[in-house]
Ligand binder design. Structure first.
Ligand SMILES: Cc1cc2nc3c(=O)[nH]c(=O)nc-3n(C[C@H](O)[C@H](O)[C@H](O)COP(=O)(O)OP(=O)(O)OC[C@H]3O[C@@H](n4cnc5c(N)ncnc54)[C@H](O)[C@@H]3O)c2cc1C
Length: 284
């Protein structure tokens, strides 16, 4: 059991981790070992104090060095559900479950809005997790949406279960599997009746048994049942607490402005709030 589980390795998650480490809180940092794609994508950052005109790539390297210096390890994985268990939380991550007394959500903002039918058919043919649900589609036809190279491993895993995979990806990725066919960049709609039956893309419609939306970030309220959001942003108080006791949030996922400085500041506040929460005897 960890005292805290940080979900997301962007600027907010890294900041929360560095401060939790300094506060000697026992925590797990869950996310991408290469950090967030968004940290890396800025061409030149001019508004972040202390680093003059660096690129996102350079900033990412500094963050990784700081984590290594502080002996903080990233546990590679994508959480697909956070479940309250009385005074603690279970974080499902593929087939692995982690237990934490508190949670810091640092999951960034959902860049790809849900497509028509995605929320309606979630759990009825629509999934966000190849590792958790891939086996359900043995010898079936599926569609997979992925954002780029990072998700190709998951696409390959799905290709081992499904007989046919229609791939939608904005990038021209190479997938070494004969049953994977890239048919477009985006899914426009997911259709069905009681279950998912088809996907609609720009070039046409494909009959499928299931759809995997392998997005970097999905809505925080999809991840944590009962979490209060407004216009897609997690509602927090000045201590970065959410409407759920023991759940804190930082960074782009709490709303605008979408900036490194805000993410880092909120991550830092989250760490202090988690520490105070634990010290007050809650979540123990
Ligand atoms: C092209 C570009 C240029 C930019 N330039 C600037 C700039 O010059 N100045 C500035 O201040 N800001 C800039 N930004 C914004 C800045 O990148 C963001 O504000 C910042 O990265 C937010 O940090 P974050 O930690 O909140 O979210 P993110 O950096 O988005 O990190 C969130 C991480 O959480 C991960 N995640 C999501 N869900 C899960 C899950 N279920 N399980 C595990 N991990 C999960 C995501 O994959 C991601 O790695 C720019 C953004 C872009 C795209």
């Amino acid at each position: 059991m960890y005292d805290c589980i940080i979900i997301g390795t962007g600027a907010a998650g890294v900041s929360a981790a560095l401060t939790l480490k300094a506060l000697k809180v026992n925590f797990l940092l869950l996310g991408d070992k290469k950090l967030s794609r968004k940290i890396r994508s800025a061409e030149k950052i001019k508004n972040y104090p202390g680093l003059i005109g660096v690129s996102g790539e350079e900033m990412s390297k500094v963050f990784l060095t700081q984590l290594a210096d502080a002996e903080i390890e990233i546990t590679q994985g994508k959480a697909n559900g956070v479940y309250p268990m009385g005074d603690s939380f279970s974080v499902m991550c593929g087939q692995v479950t982690y237990e934490g007394r508190t949670i810091i959500l640092a999951t960034g903002v959902e860049t790809i809005k849900p497509v028509k039918g995605e929320t309606e058919f979630l759990g009825r043919g629509v999934s966000y997790c190849a590792v958790c649900d891939g086996f359900l589609y043995k010898d079936k036809t599926i569609a997979v949406y992925c954002e780029g190279e990072e998700e190709i491993k998951e696409v390959l895993l799905l290709s081992q279960y499904a007989s046919k995979v229609y791939l939608f990806c904005p990038e021209k990725v190479k997938v070494d599997a004969p049953n994977v066919e890239r048919v477009g960049a985006v899914i426009k709609q997911i259709k069905g009746d009681m279950r998912t039956r088809a996907v609609v893309g720009v070039q046409g419609e494909w009959a499928v048994d299931g759809v995997f939306m392998l997005k970097q970030s999905f809505g925080a309220d999809t991840l944590v049942y009962g979490l209060k959001t407004e216009d897609g942003a997690i509602v927090t108080d000045k201590n970065q607490g959410t409407n759920l006791a023991g759940v804190f949030a930082a960074g782009d996922c709490t709303g605008r402005p979408f900036q490194y400085a805000k993410a880092v500041g909120e991550g830092n506040v989250c760490a202090y709030s988690v520490n105070a929460y634990l010290k007050s005897g809650k979540g123990v």
